[in-house]
Design a binder for this molecule. Structure first.
Ligand SMILES: NC(=O)c1ccc[n+]([C@@H]2O[C@H](COP(=O)([O-])OP(=O)(O)OC[C@H]3O[C@@H](n4cnc5c(N)ncnc54)[C@H](O)[C@@H]3O)[C@@H](O)[C@H]2O)c1
Ligand SMILES: O=P(O)(O)OC[C@@H](O)[C@@H](O)[C@H](O)[C@H](O)CO
Length: 383
């Protein structure tokens, strides 16, 4: 069985590649990082280390890589031949891999009528659906009709904390033991890929919202408030009682919204949330606030981990989510110079004013209750 995985980064090697190997796949990574590609081709294996007391090591074998910026045709050929295609490149990069996938599907369709599933494993709602849209933009009308039934783009929710790596061995990746990978089985074509660790579900929405609005909301809270307080890592932020209180408050607000929306049992959801927040304290992981806070424009987006639950909570209860609005204010204060999105946010606030910037990035209307609450937190935090 051949899997083609776009993005040989932290989650690509540390999670998806790991499970694919355990499930008996040969994996070809497609990336644009020449160092990673060369090392994977030289060694044909890499090590995954569990970030817990055991420090257990697993050797991931049967891997190779293609640099799609210098060897695009080879990547196209691999997609044409694959039994499964996955991706973990980041939401903003999906449009850039769509052309290679479209070409690969075209080549495949010309040679056989074998179905294929393409699963984007990104932290966003509807990642594979977005990838499908971008792939379909490259097709003609006949191809669209033919590909619609032959190729599946099931959405997914993936969860495993994989920090930036600073190991001497550039391929080695340290990962937390916990993982979860849920895939929408209603969009699968042909036989369901037999990948150890995938949970197939009929309705992905509760899974992806629960994950994004608990793990990633709490994580973003730790990152932006930690950065504001001058704390460099997530576990460091968790050690600050005032920050921990806001993280827990944000997760409580998203929890109230999720419980009401999806009918989750309160005790079970609270146990889930407590387990998640505890993962942020893992002493075997050093996760930089600047990794977790990366791309603040994406994270301030109306469908993402901060604004969507804040709006939904407000609509549901009529109340202002005090912690979520504080985290949004902290995200607006995030001025890390090496993050181009943080620079743009700061320039926008400086040129258009805070209220207009909030509307532009979050789609929260100026002069609304939510906007006023964010501005109030922002001004207090700036003092
Ligand atoms: N790291 C985590 O804890 C984690 C957990 C769950 C989900 N995710 C999601 O997984 C995705 C990847 O995150 P990551 O942490 O692995 O990031 P990363 O930066 O470590 O990996 C991304 C990889 O994509 C490659 N890439 C960039 N442009 C490309 C292109 N055009 N074609 C092919 N490859 C390209 C990069 O070179 C890099 O190796 C993101 O959507 C993230 O939200 C991450
Ligand atoms: O990957 P991002 O930028 O969407 O979010 C940063 C982290 O919150 C994220 O990578 C988590 O580590 C991951 O989602 C855990 O499953």
């Amino acid at each position: 069985m051949l899997a083609v995985h776009f993005g040989a980064g932290n989650i690509g090697r540390g999670f998806i590649g790991n499970l694919l190997y355990q499930s008996g796949y040969e994996t070809v990574f497609v990336d644009v990082n020449d160092e990673l590609v060369s090392l994977l081709n030289e060694r044909k294996q890499y090590t995954v280390v569990l970030a817990d007391q055991s420090q257990q090591e697993q050797i991931i074998k049967n891997v190779s890589a293609i640099n799609s910026s210098t060897d695009a045709e080879k990547a196209v050929d691999m997609v044409a031949k694959a039994d499964l295609v996955t991706a973990a490149v980041g939401p903003n990069i999906l449009p850039f891999i769509a052309g290679t996938i479209a070409e690969g599907l075209r080549k495949r369709a010309a040679a056989s009528d074998a179905p294929l599933n393409i699963i984007a494993c990104e932290n966003m709602i509807g990642g594979s659906t977005l990838l499908k849209e971008k792939v379909f933009e490259k097709l003609n009308e006949d191809e669209k009709k033919q590909f619609e039934s032959r190729f599946g783009f099931p959405d997914a929710a993936v969860d495993r904390i994989v920090p930036n790596q600073s190991n001497e061995d550039k391929l080695m990746v340290k990962v937390e033991p916990f993982y979860e990978w849920a895939v929408d089985q209603t969009k699968i074509v042909g036989t369901k890929p037999d990948v150890e660790g995938i949970t197939y579900v009929n309705d992905l929405k509760p899974y992806i919202e629960r994950k994004l609005f608990t793990v990633n909301t709490g994580h973003a809270a730790a990152a932006y408030l930690g950065y504001h307080a001058g704390v460099p890592t997530i576990d460091g932020a968790m050690n600050n009682p005032a920050i921990k209180e806001v993280i827990e408050g944000a997760v409580k607000e998203t929890g109230d919204m999720l419980i009401s929306k999806y009918g989750f049992e309160r005790a079970a959801h609270e146990a889930y949330a407590a387990k998640i927040v505890n993962r942020f304290t893992n002493p075997y992981i050093s996760d930089e606030v600047t990794r977790v806070g990366r791309s603040p424009i994406r994270k301030l987006g109306p469908k993402d981990r901060l604004v969507s639950p804040a709006k939904q909570y407000h609509e549901l209860t009529g109340d202002i989510p005090a912690s979520l609005t504080k985290v949004i204010a902290a995200a607006l204060l995030y001025d890390y110079k090496e993050d181009p999105e943080a620079v743009t946010v700061q320039e926008t606030i400086a040129s258009k004013g805070l209220e207009q910037a909030i509307e532009q990035f979050t789609e929260i209307p100026a002069a609304s209750e939510l906007s006023k609450a964010i501005i109030s937190h922002y001004e207090n935090m700036k003092k």
